[in-house]
Design a binder for this molecule. Structure first.
Ligand SMILES: Cc1cc2nc3c(=O)[nH]c(=O)nc-3n(C[C@H](O)[C@H](O)[C@H](O)COP(=O)(O)OP(=O)(O)OC[C@H]3O[C@@H](n4cnc5c(N)ncnc54)[C@H](O)[C@@H]3O)c2cc1C
Length: 486
């Protein structure tokens, strides 16, 4: 089946009954439910790009099996050009959502493409697991399915096993095996995009070190979101049903986050990729390089976010007539630096890409992983810069209805600036508020701090993988240099 349209994606969501719980009730149809529907529409708009005449070539590749045009983020890259084309597709999607849907489907697509390219790694655990991985990638790419994922066990107590919260009764684990598959029970966080996905992938991040070599907690599988016993509990929505004028981002890009409960859920054997093997689970992101591929996707999202914040900051300073102020220029300079660093790291990751041991073209890990670490502190700072530049303008936010009220003429007169009419000013500052102040905006800050594990753990991971000898040798060479300068 060729890459789906938005309408096909939405009808796919309607056709698979699943347990989505939201504001105390089970949602019948996420594509029509207040607080959720517009998030589904946003994903549908990404899918529509795949069949738009002028974008199709940039958004798809040819299926090696059927010859159909498939979503480009499913490609198993073999050349640098594949990576560059794939990034073009990811950046198109990221710019469409202003970088505000971090879990747009390409995130999981590149993940499974990297794993399918390295299917032998899973096959070394058990031959069938390698075949399962190949078949699964073919299935999701040929059917253009959307995946959510939940990797983390719930925070409860750190006394049992330290960082990974492995507790009987809470953490997700295999409870028994049957001829049909594994029965799993427990809970996981945080399935972003849960209500808008066809399938859920469950595995563990490389940073979650299990303490045993064989463990019922060591799982890597994917199942349909409608699998019996699977329940998605949504947080409250940040789409308050307001107009795009009043709530420009929240009214469009609510991707939703869920806790997932697994009540004795059957995972069929053909959907199991790793089971019990702690070392294989922990090493998967590094050995298969899936971590570098998702960092490449994340870097495209970061660039789109940087472009948005920089553009908004520039327009704010023009609107308020503050462009000439040194501290404005200093803040704009900082935003430019983040933007250009993202762009440069993406290019470096692609320019220095190499074929890995499985023959998959892999972005150079250090530049792309650096964007992930940097954004954990850079993005909160970017939001803060908008707060500092906006101050009271971020509170002078009459709604669309106010403009049409008897106070409209006052608003038009007093809220205009030397360079902007009141309506344009307010529209712009609603956007700045939605980036830097609203619940939607603060969830984005939290997302960037934590979506890829906590900052301390990530910093330690970068330190552990950095080729240190190169720089220490350079310093030692200097210390031992025999160059007596008189
Ligand atoms: C908006 C959002 C979306 C997300 N989306 C997804 C998703 O789609 N899929 C998914 O699987 N996950 C997702 N996550 C979850 C994310 O992976 C986790 O939040 C992240 O890994 C951190 O885990 P945690 O929340 O359990 O925090 P913790 O690990 O408990 O960390 C909380 C704080 O405690 C500190 N800390 C923790 N352990 C120690 C220790 N031993 N010593 C000292 N300090 C410590 C950390 O440094 C951190 O500051 C998302 C998170 C957010 C916020």
């Amino acid at each position: 089946m060729p890459a789906r349209t938005g309408a096909q994606y939405l009808s796919g969501l309607r056709e698979q009954p699943r347990e989505i719980w939201f504001r105390g009730e089970r949602v019948k149809d996420v594509t029509a439910h207040p607080g959720l529907a517009r998030g589904a529409q946003a994903i549908a708009s990404l899918y529509d790009q795949q069949s738009e005449a002028k974008l199709k070539a940039e958004m798809t590749y040819t299926s090696p099996k059927t010859g159909d045009a498939l979503g480009l983020s499913f490609i198993i890259p073999k050349t640098q050009d594949d990576l560059v084309r794939r990034r073009g597709q990811m950046l198109n999607w990221a710019r469409t959502t202003c970088g505000m849907m971090g879990r747009s489907p390409d995130f999981m697509n590149v993940h499974f493409a990297a794993w399918a390219g390295a299917a032998d790694y899973f096959g070394e655990g058990k031959k069938e697991y390698g075949e399962n991985m190949r078949r699964y990638h073919e299935y999701i790419s040929e059917n253009d399915l959307v995946l959510t994922h939940s990797l983390i066990n719930l925070q409860r107590s750190r006394t049992v096993s330290g960082m990974f919260n492995l507790q009987e009764g809470t953490a997700l684990q295999a409870v028994r095996e049957t001829s049909a598959g594994i029965i799993v029970k427990g809970a996981r966080v945080l399935a972003t995009l849960g209500p808008f996905s066809d399938e859920i992938a469950v595995y563990s991040p490389r940073l979650g070190r299990h303490t045993e070599t064989h463990s019922p907690f060591a799982l890597n599988f994917s199942i349909p979101c409608g699998t019996p016993g699977l329940k998605f509990l949504c947080r409250d929505s940040f789409d308050y049903e307001k107009s795009h004028f009043d709530h420009p981002l929240g009214s469009r890009f609510e991707e939703m986050d869920c806790v997932v409960f697994f009540d004795d859920v059957l995972v069929p054997w053909e959907r199991v990729f790793i089971y019990g093997d702690v070392d294989r689970l922990n090493e998967a992101p590094i050995v298969t390089n899936s971590s570098a591929h998702t960092a490449h996707q994340g870097a495209a999202k970061n660039l789109a976010k940087c472009e948005l914040v920089l553009g908004v900051a520039l327009l704010m300073s023009q609107t308020l007539g503050t462009e000439h102020l040194p501290h404005t220029q200093e803040r704009i300079g900082e935003l430019i630096m983040y933007t250009e660093l993202m762009r440069a790291c993406i290019r470096a990751g692609e320019a220095d890409a190499k074929l890995n041991q499985f023959g998959v073209m892999t972005p150079s890990s250090l530049p792309v992983e650096t964007t992930r670490n940097l954004f954990m502190t850079a993005y909160p700072k970017m939001a803060e810069i908008l707060q500092l530049m906006g101050s009271s303008s971020l509170m002078m936010l009459p709604t669309e209805a106010d403009f049409n009220s008897p106070l409209g003429p006052h608003i038009e007169q007093y809220l205009a600036t030397d360079t902007s009419g009141a309506r344009d000013r307010v529209k712009l500052f609603h956007l700045a508020w939605d980036i830097a102040c609203s619940s939607f905006g603060q969830r984005q800050v939290l997302y960037e701090r934590f979506f890829a594990s906590d900052p301390l753990t990530r910093a330690r991971a970068l330190a552990a993988t950095y080729p240190k000898k190169e720089v220490t040798d350079r310093v030692l060479e200097f210390l031992n240099r025999d160059d007596h300068i008189p």
